[in-house]
Design a protein around this ligand. Structure first.
Ligand code: F6R
Length: 610
């Protein structure tokens, strides 16, 4: 993961890098570092810990690079923090990704006399660049960087400086890097948020591209061939207010409470965009949705919507398993669901689909991210920047978009039949289904209001967490049918930020083994929608074994030790209204336990490594 920032301009670089790096801390927060050039010397500071705990960084110079780390090779420490430097202390480099062949390169470089200081894979890159760097013979920094990159295997976004040249060289392969173009200055960042307060003009780099920024110009080439690339500048519209907590204690809480507003935006995503993807789904012989983490749970929920509403079998595959499982051909559509648009596993699955000639679509929050650029069709979520590492508002937006798609397809089925030229009678909408669709459409419009109502339960949820969730360390989350993914997502939110064990499963599955765990140290959270009677027998099974149960209920059921009521809606819409309740349950438990809510241990928001 890790976040990278670079700046070249007329201002003192270290204060710009400092502010920019704080905006990338969601990508990694175990150590940080800065390097600048001044007086033909490198100036470096780095340390273990969070950049947000640092009051100020002061280094001279107006060219510099910086890094916030999420460790892969070598534990968090001052020595392992980036930037890494070469033996002569002329070159400094920061890196996001993994150098796969670092061990063999390290051995070869050691044999050639290079001295390694850290345990990282990254350090081989800077020594390798040093091997090729011969400024005295006219070999410039970018030449040495291309040669080095052509010798390494793995994934990387890098920025490199040399004390001998007034430039920054950046390059990428399978890890994100974007160029920002300001007034007489340039930025490099892992994402646009790093430099958005300074400029909204950007060029995202693609794989194998290298950019050289100098005081008056920039140049982008393919580092494999040296050929110049002609890239268009994109202007990003993004609201800066999003990077402040606006009075909330944490970004996560702010983002939970933003959901009514953000879902109104999702309801207003224009019908044409939804129809275009719905048409593409209809035309495909097979449809896969691939995603991971919370986005996978949104996709899994939609699997039920596509089958129940549109009678369409869609296969949902965890993107880290996609290559092992998917059967693809040119009539297959693959839809990647990814908030960041940069998750390694999801991009890998999407690229695999592309290689197999599939049509590629995506549902993505971050504009101009890699997923949007490799897709034939993208629906942009419009959820705004999500800073809390635990996904909340971006998840409910994904649900909203996927439900709109399923409804569109369900209605198209009806229209198909009403046309005498079409013979797809299997899809005829019965009156029952037609009425149901109208009811769901009506409820969908009201989802922002339902969520507002669910959020009014916050004091009750807080008191439940204090009574039930702090001293117990194990939780089962159960749901049936469409709320099985709700159970998975509820458990994931809880684990991520409380560090307590939580396991989501289908309610019916419980009695096939897991029920043996019911005890004083294993409570259950059950999701009970309006029309669901069956889950209540599972609830009784738990109660008869002395298990404590918190019910999150969209109806009237009262079978629980504690009940959190959310608005009464149909089963289909219930995953949306359950979300704020389990998000707040996880939040208030984590607050009471004194956890780091916005940056939970070991996690990073965008996982750009395998
Ligand atoms: C959980 C969470 C992660 C992400 C996952 C995929 O709260 O944030 O599980 O959902 O890493 O990320 P995207 O959606 O960016 O592909």
């Amino acid at each position: 993961m890790c976040g990278i920032v670079g700046y070249l301009g007329n201002e003192e670089t270290s204060s710009i890098l400092f502010e920019s790096l704080k905006r990338l801390e969601y990508r990694g927060y175990d150590s940080f570092g800065f390097a600048t050039i001044h007086d033909n010397k490198l100036w470096i500071t780095k340390d273990k810990g969070k950049i947000s705990d640092v009051v100020q960084i002061k280094l001279p110079g107006s060219i510099g690079i910086s890094h916030t780390r999420w460790s892969t090779h070598g534990p968090p420490s001052k020595i392992n923090a980036h930037p890494h430097t070469d033996c002569k202390n002329r070159i400094a480099l920061v890196h996001n990704g993994i150098i796969a062949n670092y061990l063999s390169l390290r051995n070869k470089l050691k044999e050639r006399g290079h001295i390694f200081k850290s345990e990282t894979d990254t350090e081989v890159l800077v020594h390798l660049i040093e091997e090729y760097y011969k400024p005295e013979d006219g070999v410039k920094l970018e030449d040495a960087v291309s040669s080095a990159l052509n010798a390494v295997e793995g994934t990387y976004a890098i920025t490199v400086i040399s004390a001998l040249e007034k430039k920054i060289v950046g390059a990428r392969k399978e890890s994100p890097l974007v160029l920002g173009i300001g007034n007489s200055c340039f930025y490099l960042g892992s994402d646009i948020s790093s430099f958005l307060p300074y400029t909204n003009k950007t060029i995202p780099l693609d794989d194998f591209e290298m950019v050289v920024i100098e005081p008056e110009s920039y140049k982008i080439t393919d580092f494999r061939t040296g050929l110049l690339k002609d890239k268009k500048i994109t202007k990003i519209e993004w609201n800066q207010k999003e990077s402040s907590k606006e009075g909330f204690d944490h970004f996560m809480l702010k983002e939970i409470f933003e959901q009514p507003q953000i879902l109104k935006i999702a309801l207003n995503i224009c019908e044409e965009e939804i129809s275009k993807l719905a048409e593409t789904i209809k035309e495909a012989d097979n449809v896969y949705i691939t995603a991971t983490g919370t986005s996978l749970h949104a996709a899994m929920t939609s699997e039920y919507w596509f089958s129940k509403l549109a009678k369409l079998p869609v296969r949902v595959v965890d993107s880290s398993e996609f290559e092992e499982k998917a059967v693809l051909d040119e009539k297959t559509l693959v839809i990647g669901v990814t908030q960041s648009g940069e998750t390694y596993d999801t991009l890998r699955a999407m690229n695999y689909a592309k290689k197999n000639n599939c049509k590629l679509a995506s549902i993505v929050n971050i504009p101009s991210s890699t997923a949007t650029r490799i897709s034939d069709i993208t629906i942009l979520q419009g959820s705004g920047m999500e800073i809390g590492v635990a996904a909340t508002k971006t998840f409910t937006t994904q649900l909203m978009i996927l439900l709109r798609l399923a409804l569109k397809l369900a209605k198209n089925n009806g229209e198909t039949v009403s046309s005498p030229t079409m013979k797809n009678e299997r899809c005829l909408l019965s009156k029952d289904v037609g009425d149901k669709i109208s009811e769901i459409e009506e409820q969908l419009k009201n989802v922002p209001r339902y969520i507002e109502e669910a959020l009014t339960q916050k004091e009750k949820i807080k008191s439940i967490t204090e009574k039930y969730c702090i001293n117990v360390k194990n939780f089962l989350y159960i749901g049936k049918g469409i709320n099985y993914p709700t159970a998975l997502e509820g458990a994931l939110k809880f684990k991520e930020i409380t560090y307590h064990h939580a396991e989501g499963m289908p309610a019916g599955f419980l009695k096939h083994g897991t029920i043996s765990l019911i005890s004083d140290d294993m409570y259950t959270i059950a999701f009970v929608p309006r029309d669901d009677r069956k889950i209540l027998s599972n609830v009784e099974e738990i109660k008869s074994r002395g298990g404590k149960i918190i019910g999150i209920v969209s109806g009237t059921a009262k079978h629980f030790d504690e009940t959190i009521n959310v608005p009464r809606v149909s089963d289909i819409v219930s995953p949306l209204v359950f979300a704020p309740a389990y998000q707040l349950l996880a939040y208030y438990t984590a607050v009471a336990l004194g956890r780091d809510i916005d940056q939970p241990r070991h996690l990073a928001k965008t996982v750009t490594v395998e």
